[in-house]
Design a protein around this ligand. Sequence first.
Ligand SMILES: *Cc1c(COP(=O)(O)O)cnc(C)c1O
Length: 825
Amino acid sequence: MDEGYNSNVSTFRKTEYPMLQDAVYLDHAGTTLYSKSLMERFMVDMMSNLYGNPHSASPSSQLSTNRIEDTRLKVLQFFKADPDEFDVVFVANATAGIKLVMEAFRELEGGFSYGYHKDAHTSIVGVRETAVASRCLDDGDVERWLSGRESFVEGSSATHLFAYPAQSNLDGRRVPLSWIERARCLESSVATYSLLDASAFVSTSQLDLSNAQAAPDFTVLSFYKIFGFPDLGALIVRKDSGAILQQRRYFGGGTVDIVLSVKEQWHALKQQSLHETLEDGTVSFHNIMALDAAMAVHRELFVSMERISKHTSFLAQRLYNGLASLRHANSEPVCVIHSEGFASKRIHDMQGPIVAFNVRNSHGAWVSNTEFERLASVKNIHIRSGGLCNPGGVATSLNLEANTLFFHQPWEIKRNFSAGFRCGVETDIYAGKPTGILRASLGAMSTEDDVETFVSFVREFYTEVEAYNPNVDSFVASQSSVNLLVESLTVYPIKSCGGFNVPPETPWEVKPEGLAWDREWCLISKGTGQALNQKRHPRMALIRPSLDFRQGLLRVSYGGQLPVASSREIVIPLSENPALYSPSTNNKFISSRVCGDTVVAQTYAKKEINDFFTRILGVPCALARFPAGGSGFSTRHSKAHMQKHQRQKRTMPKESPVTGACPSPPTPPDSDSEVQKRPILLSNESPILAISRSSLNALNEMIAKTGGKPAVASVFRANVVLAPASAGDEQPYSEDHWTSIQIGQQIFQMLGSCRRCHMICISQDTAEKDEEPFVTLAKTRRFDSKIFFGSHMCHIPLKTGTRESQCPTIKVGDLVKIDEKDKDS
Ligand SMILES: *Cc1c(COP(=O)(O)O)cnc(C)c1O
């Protein structure tokens, strides 16, 4: 890249963009602002000519008409399009152009099938609502379709519309333009049309329509993204494909020649040109004249789009290199960059001059985008953050970490939405993941100084120069030793129903109210309004929920004998669509009594769901769920506390638990210092129930002495089974005396032993009852006429901004440390 060329472009800024004197402008896909020369030229034009409404024969009107038609031709020239092959329809903006195409397609007999690329802007996505069938395609899907290995959209109609952005407005990724010709050449009985959203692409690149055979049928764009002014858009139509747009039903303003409306309803559309039939009402004629001025001034200032393209890609590479090189003192990267094309050899084909990224602290915790944007604003740096109207881009193309610790699955976005997370809302980190990105875009008037200033800003404010240990004030790991590990993790998505085993190697989120997804749902008796439990309805053990995060579904199957004509499995979306719930409870949550305490939950409306459970249990009941996060969250006071048989001298850790450090539903205001008042969903006793394999082995030895049936761990319905790390480490019932433990990176406070009832006699595999292990426990583990087995515990969030504190997780196989002073006893 030649440096001299760049400084040439940069010098325009000083004189042409006085408003940028102290600002660094990195907003918009194009970042092109109106120049001084453009405003002056437009003003001179307006002040020296009399332009009228273009629909009449007066000289002022004729002058307008001529200027409009001139400008139309110049627009075609700008995109190297032959006026014999193409027409320009002036519209308000790119979105209006897309809607115009949609208006025609939706009137087709038999409708149309719609395929849109996953990087599409919401303007493109919305068209799917009017298609008979639609599909979101990724690169692989498009390739398979174009090579004839896969159909375009299932259940297709005879007309296909394929839409995609030439460049993603989110991360600047360029999508192959070669797809258009390949789609056109597909041999098939269907008519395939292409709709290219060139809005982001054209601001810094030459869109070249000189080969009509390879050109999109419909191209949309907004001129302000190229010239900064005027606010006007275009739909460029390939004339060969234009006829289909005449299917549009609406007519109005200048688009008709004759309209009869009193006695008969008949109209004749203008026949001369395509644009005349599509431009409803008075065209934005002043804007069109401003556009004429804009093209002229742009050429004077920048010569060509190719030059701008070179200039911006040179700057973008610098910006990318600058941000990618920033390191914290512990050599962890500061920026996680999502614009992948910079690392590629074919950079020009793959990447526009946009750097999309997120910022992390030295411990890997995400920096809030809102906070970043706010600080940038103070420094007069204009940058954009959020989802940027690009749902597919946020949900999938940026999914850098397969373990879902990074961007959310599509259904999670819905869940966030129902939990109150929407664009522009304060909290932009949810469940340890950012809900949007930061985007720095470069344009014609960007300079090397801008890039330098921005990189320095990130270096100054977000690069930690001193190593800093966030864990010093929490658990002192050196005082403890390892003798246990996590044998299994289980959650019970539906209270009192079967457990879901967390797969090995899967980090599972720990929330103040317990393990993620534990007892999020319950079954409510329609008669009593109370939550059903296994003690009364042993068959609930055979109702087996399973969490399917890929599809975003809770799958529920039944392991017992089903009544005839019942479905084997039902599925319930994990996302929370308010429409799923009973209308009567949409505004007013149903109150349900669980173990004597009132909880609030929303019942599902769908008959199929409720019938499934009602048939199995033989009791009219409905599935209910807690509303996600925030308001309406139910809390109840845990019954868990240290029992008399446990050591009284134990005291709570001196650090009171930190609430609110974890992005989860709030705890009640009085809960800060009292762990007994943490929010609990429908768990019977406490956030998390742990049992010890050593204790179970000891219990089974006792049962064996009487010839009874040994107990399996599942009857205790624990969340965590802790097992000795090696054979010599068996220490039955040592858990009675622990005050806190560390599992992996997480600290848990012990809340006391778990009191047991005869529910532990129900086999979780067959729903049959046995007298063991209750009988033997009653003999060996009875204190004050109560029987105990297992321990309650709750998570203590770390205070500081670590990755673990934003999304604390534990997993099967994690090592468990017991405080040494607890082990001495
Ligand atoms: C800006 C933009 C749009 C929307 O353009 P409007 O002029 O607001 O209608 C659509 N798609 C992409 C890729 C964009 O960059």
